[in-house]
Design a protein. Sequence first.
Length: 179
Amino acid sequence: MQGNKDYIYIIIFNLSLILFWDAIVVLCCKIINEKNFNLEKNMYKMRNWEEDGKWYIKKLKIKKWKDYLPQYVSKNGFSKKNLDDLCIDYIDKFIFETCRGEWAHRKCMWVLLPIFLINVFPFNLLFLFLVLLINIPYICIQRYNRFRLIKVKEKILLLSKKEKFKVLSFIRKFNMVDS
């Protein structure tokens, strides 16, 4: 009977540690400089194996399961459930939020170090699996969405240049402005 109590304490301790660690990461997301979530940082860049985001579709079948996972939206936060606008500022904010989300989930996995060091087998493996199961799918979703958003942004910028050119050509045709 004592053995079962010990297991319960181990589970409660580890879950508490994970929740405490995650709370610190969420707090850090809010207070650290936004430059840490810069799209140009190496952490957020696409890797060759990701095949421009197609790897997530082909290998992980991400479209089948990504919408079933809950998302965290803080009070007055940014929902990433839908693309609500096609203006560049909104898309940039969405891309920024995917970087912040990926950063947070990567940092949440650092709890594995103390978990692995303080636990004995099989508890270290159990919580290793749990932490990875919770965070890796979200990292994949952030990366998949970011690559798609970058493509959307590029298309919008390209179309706006073409439309601007068409309008300027039209105006010049009717001598509405100087060339």
